[in-house]
Design a protein around this ligand. Structure first.
Ligand SMILES: [Zn+2]
Length: 434
């Protein structure tokens, strides 16, 4: 028998909200698998549009999920590249396929509910199309060897994802399709998280949350909720870029800040400035929530949060006020990925690094759980770790409502087998039925 942590004493969530969550999804526990269509057939360190167009097999995915007893599929319908993988009139869809529509159709014939994950502020394509909407650095600096100057926009080399050219296509031609692709190549893969992939390096942009980008996002959300039978709409990257402390000092943000707080408070480092950042993000959350509910009041709104220190990370860098955001949106999903930081399979050292992160993430949740005002459903990783590590995270971060695992592609056969058993022996199939 596996001993589980008793989480209920740490959370302060009104019981009617928990009941609403369970009623809405129709099962006592949610067991969700994440799919990132454009990250290719293995891990998540590629952008692979060819794969989505030619090889992604919807029926096969749904069958595999059913065999492992998943009752929910979470699809990343818009990733950090900005591609919108549905039939959109507003956004950019380079795949020539309505992936979301295909899954919604397949979902009707199965017992699997569809949630979508929607990357908000991080958007490489919009950064290319609208550099004037990208957030602006407030001071000069250097990060991971990339130099930037005060007043420059925050469009940088992407840290995580790489691109391979499709066979028979030249770089120049492919760049016409993927305009944020650079000629730089990463030749060697390493073991730390940001050095694991190879291929052409794309650009990445964090958009200014006070810019027209906000309305673009709301128009996309409207399209999705109106046209597709989804259960939940989760905002990812509903925040500032955590890599920098000096965003965003564009003319819009400075104007808004000064209008509200006057000329005295300092940009970038006053309490008023951090309040301003958190309010900016909360304001977007409220608009997004209203947009979703105005179209379908039964569609659950949610957001992804990054665990970490409250003041230094959530507040100063990300502009995420957990209490505010979880008072607005229906569900919160903390991204608990300690074993993405390393795995024992890469050697003793990397196992120890990840164990330390696991310990920290658990401690961080215990400490900060009371900040959440909405039901909490964690997402943890199955990729880039082994069976033992995966199960440890699933047990550790199930706060009572179930668990989401990411991601479909890259999960090994042994892990799929363990996932099936986990549903049968630890969650209980009766808790997963609608
Ligand atoms: Zn701005």
């Amino acid at each position: 028998m596996v001993r589980k942590l008793e989480w209920s004493k740490y959370f302060k969530i009104e019981s009617h909200k928990i009941d609403a969550f369970i009623n809405h999804f129709g099962a006592k526990k949610t067991y969700a698998m994440g799919l990132m269509p454009i990250r290719g057939p293995k891990g998540f360190r590629k952008l692979d549009y060819e794969f989505v167009e030619k090889d992604l097999n919807v029926a096969e995915i749904m069958n595999k999920l059913e065999r492992a007893h998943f009752n929910t599929l979470g699809i990343v319908i818009k990733d950090t590249d900005g591609a919108c993988t549905w039939d959109t009139n507003v956004g950019w869809n380079p795949t020539d396929r309505d992936i979301l529509g295909e899954f919604c159709d397949a979902g009707k014939e199965s017992d699997i509910k569809i949630n979508v994950s929607f990357t908000s502020m991080n958007d490489a394509y919009q950064g290319y199309l609208h550099p004037e909407r990208v957030s602006v650095h407030g001071k000069s600096g250097e990060k991971h060897g990339i130099k930037y100057k005060e007043g420059e926009i925050s469009t940088h080399i992407e840290g995580e994802m790489r691109i391979d050219l499709p066979e028979g296509i030249s770089f120049k031609d492919y760049q016409k399709k993927i305009p944020f692709l650079t000629e730089q190549i990463d030749e060697k893969a390493g073991k730390s998280r940001d050095t694991r992939s190879k291929g052409y390096i794309p650009l990445t942009s964090f958009m200014c949350p006070n810019s027209e980008h906000q309305n673009y996002l709301l128009a996309l959300a409207e399209e999705v909720v109106k046209d597709y039978s989804i259960k939940g709409f989760f905002a990812d990257y509903i925040r500032y870029d955590g890599a920098f402390t000096d965003l965003c000092t564009c003319h819009r943000c400075i104007q808004k800040f000064r209008d509200k707080y006057g000329n005295k408070p300092k940009l970038l480092k006053s309490n008023d400035w951090y309040d301003f950042k958190a309010d900016t993000i909360a304001h977007y959350a409220q608009k997004l929530h209203n947009t979703i509910k105005s179209i379908n009041k039964n569609c659950v709104s949610g957001w992804f949060c990054l665990p970490g220190p409250k003041k230094l990370f959530s507040r100063k860098r990300l502009g995420q006020d957990w209490t505010k955001l979880s008072s607005i949106l229906d569900i919160v999903s903390p991204m608990e990925y300690p074993y993405l930081m390393g795995t024992r399979d890469d050697g003793w050292y990397w196992g120890k690094v990840a164990d330390l992160f696991y310990w920290y993430f658990i401690r961080n949740m215990k400490k900060r759980a009371k900040e959440f005002k909405a039901p909490v459903l964690s997402v943890t990783n199955s990729v880039e770790c082994n069976v033992k590590e995966m199960l440890k995270q699933m047990r550790g971060f199930d706060f009572g409502l179930g668990i989401a695992v990411f991601k479909y592609y890259g999960t090994s056969d042994q892990q799929w087998e363990a996932l099936r058993k986990y549903a049968e022996e630890e969650i209980g199939l009766e808790n997963l039925k609608f």
